[in-house]
Design a protein around this ligand. Structure first.
Ligand code: P6P
Length: 339
């Protein structure tokens, strides 16, 4: 794909749609068959359908629990199920998707064995916030399907550095889509009157350093000593070092990550006594966010190691996750390595 993913910005009565942005990346890509664009369009159609249902959830009686539980052992809210079904359907119908892996599916789902791409997604992240009208979202990543003779040689269990595209939607005061296809990060905002995403934040960059930290302080008693020392440091008074940082925590990864990407600072969900392997999912949350933060000039680790280098062992692996400005993520890492 060419370097300038977005067409040159010329003032126009019509903004740059997501489709035009994707196609501009497509144009000039050697051997581009449009499969990639078709997959991205299937995902964004799914996001627009989920958007409409999330907006009307209160009226549509979609709030509340189905009474089922997902592979994570969490009660599945109706909207989780709906969002998962929508994305599986739009990706199956586009006919170009080899396989999907979802936080809501115990196993990966083979779709079109001749497809070139695999899509991993968390269909509705932050679902515990649905009933209280706090921002929730959809997180996805796209990997290449290595297949020979129609058999998928390599499934979704690929390290994050193999991701070719990733993004997340935030269903908040506006519905936004933050996307990277490997050439920087670009933000789109849905115009609900038109049903189109328009480029609103080209070339998003995560500041080198921020002044906000985001962590669930309610887990303090469960943290290991290095995390507690970092936490005490970031709240200490030291004007010369720009301390203390302000604290923000929504409890919805897409919201906390989006704010951190836009304004800088650090988000951390460390492993703790309750979640010794970490709480967040490697394939559906950490990897796509790690790809996006690195594309925006930020960093993503498990506290010490680069998230995108972690070799997944199983579809529902969990991990500690630290996202944010390079300086802030490196500062956290120094506490984790200190003897
Ligand atoms: P806690 C939401 O359930 C989620 O998976 C992420 O979106 C969010 O960052 C995290 O869990 C919040 O977890 O334990 O702070 O409520």
């Amino acid at each position: 794909m060419n370097d300038s993913i977005s067409p040159p910005h010329t003032p126009s009565v019509v903004g740059t749609t997501l489709e035009a942005h994707i196609l501009s990346g497509q144009r000039g890509a050697p051997g581009a068959t449009g499969e990639f664009s078709s997959i991205l369009n299937a995902i964004t159609l799914g996001v627009r359908i989920i958007h409409s249902r999330v907006r009307a959830a209160g009226l549509a009686g979609m709030l509340g629990y189905t009474g089922d539980t997902n592979v994570q052992g969490e009660e599945v809210q109706k909207l989780d199920e709906f969002a998962n079904d929508v994305l599986c359907t739009t990706l199956e119908r586009c006919g170009r998707c080899a396989m999907v892996a979802s936080e809501e599916l115990e196993q990966a789902k083979v779709m079109n064995e001749s497809g070139k791409y695999i899509v991993c997604f968390d269909p509705l992240d932050g679902s515990s916030n649905i009933d209280v009208n706090i921002s929730i979202g959809t997180i996805f990543s796209i990997l290449r399907a290595q297949s020979a003779g129609g058999r998928l040689l390599e499934g979704a269990l690929q390290p994050g550095h193999k991701i070719v595209a990733a993004g997340y939607a935030v269903y908040g005061s506006a519905t936004t889509l933050t996307l990277s296809t490997g050439y920087g990060v670009h933000g789109f905002t849905l115009d609900p009157a038109v049903g189109e995403f328009f480029l609103s934040h080209p070339n998003l960059k995560c500041p080198e350093r921020g002044n906000t930290y985001s962590i669930n302080e309610g887990n303090h008693v469960r943290w290991e000593e290095p995390v507690r020392k970092w936490n005490a440091w970031i709240k200490s008074e030291d004007k010369a070092k720009g301390l203390p940082y302000g604290h923000r925590y929504v409890g919805s990864l897409v919201a906390d990550a989006h704010r951190t990407l836009m304004k800088g600072g650090i988000f951390a969900y460390p492993a703790d006594k309750k979640s010794p392997g970490g709480k967040l999912r490697l394939l559906y949350e950490a990897n796509p966010m790690g790809f996006l933060f690195e594309q925006a000039g930020g960093a993503a680790t498990n506290g010490i190691d680069r998230i995108l280098d972690i070799e997944p062992k199983a579809l529902h692996d969990r991990t500690a996750l630290v996202l944010g400005s390079k300086q802030d993520v490196n500062g956290y890492r120094e506490f984790m390595l200190a003897k």
